[in-house]
Write a protein that binds this ligand. Structure first.
Ligand code: 0O2
Length: 207
């Protein structure tokens, strides 16, 4: 266990730093543009048990975890509208403190499960007392509707180990379709919503 703790230490640090930095994007947008494509940010280090299970399922030897498993450090950015995803990606691609090494577009290429999200794999240097250690981290960017579906599906997946009864499978597909339509509807009235949000922010600041 002590070895896992040592191995995971730079990942823990990376996750904390990335969370602060990406939340900073939200504050920056709100100060300069009054509305932000970043709604909220969450982050986690993958639990040891999940690392072990994934390494075994994907045949990744333990001495190759660093380059073979991208999501030991995971950050999730939630946004309101589908178009915000590209805005956030562009911001991250232009940053000098991390380097995007791979992109997975499950928004344009919905997974068979119904999963939609945009994944950026980044190289991120962590300053340790022995010098800089570069780790891989996965940044998942998704709308609130995509996140709602993925969170529910993840829980059900855990319960059924991916072997859904046909009724549940169908319901999940229907829910994925509903989430897609919700995103489309919200995009249609985006300007209307954003005007209202700016008005609300101004009013709150006056008080
Ligand atoms: P966790 O920590 O429980 O979320 P590969 O499939 O081999 O190319 P990998 O690593 O599975 O590679 O990459 P992928 O599919 O790009 O991204 C993995 C992560 O995306 C998952 O992490 C989930 O967080 C999310 N994800 C991918 N597909 C689905 C899906 O069908 N439903 C949900 N709810 N989430 C999905 P893990 O490993 O599941 O870990």
């Amino acid at each position: 266990m002590e070895q896992w703790e040592k191995f995971l230490a730079p990942y823990k640090q990376a996750v904390e730093e990335l969370k602060i930095k990406l939340k900073g994007m939200r504050q920056d947008y709100q100060l300069t543009r009054q509305s932000s494509p970043v709604e909220f940010v969450t982050a986690r280090v993958k639990p040891v048990q999940s690392i072990i299970e994934k390494a075994s399922a994907r045949n990744i030897p333990y001495d190759r975890l660093q380059e073979g498993m991208y999501d030991i450090a995971g950050v999730r950015i939630m946004c309101q509208f589908v178009d915000d995803i590209e805005l956030i990606c562009t911001q991250i691609r232009n940053r000098s403190d991390m380097k995007v090494v791979e992109e997975r577009d499950y928004v344009a290429n919905t997974k068979e499960s119904g999963y939609r999200s945009y994944h950026l794999i980044v190289e991120y240097p962590v300053e340790r007392i022995g010098g800089a250690v570069t780790i891989l981290a996965e940044i998942q960017i998704r709308t609130l509707a995509m996140n709602f579906w993925a969170t529910i599906e993840h829980t059900l997946n855990y319960k059924y180990s991916g072997e859904y009864p046909p009724e549940i499978k169908k319901r999940l597909q229907n829910a994925a379709e509903a989430a897609y339509l919700l995103d489309q509807e919200m995009s249609e009235i985006r300007e209307e919503i954003q005007d209202a949000q700016k008005y609300y922010t101004k009013k709150r600041n006056i008080r």
